[in-house]
Ligand binder design. Structure first.
Ligand SMILES: [Cu+2]
Length: 146
């Protein structure tokens, strides 16, 4: 009887996390609100494990895709087509760096923090080209200030 009650309580406790997983939105833009060309907004985003992020093609000519090797171990990667609005679920805690393929070297990159993994490592920006690297380092610094 007591075991059954415990099971019932466990079921009650697990339901809210599934019910209240949030969806966040990231815009793909030709210019962000600070005037930077070719950007995701917000470019740095914090979510909880199980949350989703929908990438919205507000302007044309962009995509979103994970940067290979710049995700937590065991995380699911993603790759959207140009102009494709996609929703990605983030289950594994850690930092995820992503890019717009056509504008990677122009600085169109983003960083998503899932859960509370501690401070991000600057090596997340290693191998990124041109302004892609500069912008990723800015986002990593922003995450380190949290
Ligand atoms: Cu782009």
């Amino acid at each position: 009887m007591r075991a059954l009650a415990a099971l019932g309580l466990a079921a009650l406790l697990t339901i809210p996390t599934a019910t209240f997983a949030a969806d966040h939105q990231v815009l793909m833009l030709n210019k962000d609100t600070d005037g930077r060309p070719m950007q995701f907004e917000p470019a740095f985003l914090k979510v909880e494990p199980g949350d989703t992020v929908t990438f919205i093609a507000q302007d044309k000519g962009h995509n979103t895709e994970a940067i290979a090797g710049k995700l937590p171990d065991g995380a699911v990667t993603w790759k959207g087509k140009i102009n494709e609005e996609i929703t990605v679920t983030f289950d594994v805690a850690g930092f995820y760096a992503y890019k717009c393929l056509p504008h990677y070297s122009l600085g169109m990159v983003g960083l998503i923090q899932v859960g509370t993994p501690g401070a991000p490592d600057a090596t997340l920006a290693d191998g990124a080209p041109g302004k892609g690297k500069t912008r990723l380092l800015e986002l990593i610094a922003e995450a380190q200030e949290q």
